[in-house]
Design a protein around this ligand. Structure first.
Ligand SMILES: [Zn+2]
Ligand SMILES: [Zn+2]
Ligand SMILES: [Zn+2]
Length: 262
């Protein structure tokens, strides 16, 4: 008898968030709460475990909103600002849980995390309390987190290779412009697939609505959710133009994934 797997969307917005500072467009001034998008991240819950994919600059607000009361592990997709900068805010969970928190990233991403948060990882003695984190490098193999394997899925974000993750019958693929065929093979038979769909217009490092619909058609998950959305997409109208099994993610959305884990 396993635990049900749940995904909570902590943020569905692009790197600058929506509303975007200084912008007064229809989406940035919308009263639909689904048009308020913090930076992109999801929380994966199963049993009493809480795994966060990316710690955005909005992590503290996201954790409060989701009433998050523990973090068992953090997985990083890549080192861009909108995916790492909230890491320091896991500190209170170190105290509550009386333990260290493992973090997982590819070597290039971990190098940036350790440089940006140098004070956390430096061996120098200190007087103040810093986050206690155990870095683990992603080497391509599945990461077993408390009985649930998280499989890193290489994806292309412009010229760089970053990672999405497959876990159970779900996969989360944020920032990408292309998915190599070898990675497509890792994404069959999904109940839930999250995909980057920044906007309608092409972008050098991000997928578009049209492109991600084509990915959904190829992979045929039961349901797909688009995320990393910019202010070109108003929730109600953009979603009305999508096939019924493809929806726009929004902040606070909770999805129960088919099948039990761990
Ligand atoms: Zn991003
Ligand atoms: Zn706007
Ligand atoms: Zn990025």
């Amino acid at each position: 008898m396993g635990a049900p797997l749940k995904i909570t969307v902590l943020g569905s917005g692009t790197s600058v968030g929506v509303p975007t500072l200084g912008c007064h467009c229809a989406v940035c001034t919308s009263t639909d709460p689904r048009d308020n998008r913090l930076r992109p991240s999801v929380l994966v819950s199963y049993g009493d475990r809480r795994v966060v994919i990316d710690t955005t600059p909005d992590f503290r607000a996201q954790a409060l909103r989701a009433r998050l009361d523990r973090v068992d592990a953090v997985l990083f997709t890549h080192s861009h600002f909108d995916h790492i900068m909230g890491l320091d805010d896991v500190r209170p969970f170190n105290l509550r849980q009386k333990g260290r928190i493992p973090i997982y990233a590819a070597p290039d991403c971990m190098a940036v995390v350790q440089r940006v948060f140098e004070y956390i990882f430096s061996a120098e003695p200190r007087d103040t309390f810093v986050a206690r984190l155990d870095p683990h490098l992603i080497d391509g193999g599945a990461i077993d987190l408390f009985g649930l394997p998280f499989l890193p899925v290489p994806i292309l974000h412009g010229a760089r290779t970053i990672h999405g993750f497959r876990f159970g019958a779900a996969a989360y693929l944020t920032d990408h412009s292309d998915i190599p065929d070898s990675s497509m093979d890792l994404l069959r038979g999904l109940d839930v697939l999250f995909l980057d769909a920044l906007r309608y217009k092409p972008h050098p490092t991000h997928s578009t609505v049209e492109r991600s619909i084509a990915t959904v058609e190829r992979l045929a998950p039961r349901r797909a959710f688009f995320t990393h959305l910019c202010h070109d997409l108003g929730h109600a109208r953009a979603e009305s133009l999508l096939p019924p099994h493809v929806r726009l993610a929004y902040d606070g959305l909770e999805i129960a994934v088919d099948g039990c884990v761990a």
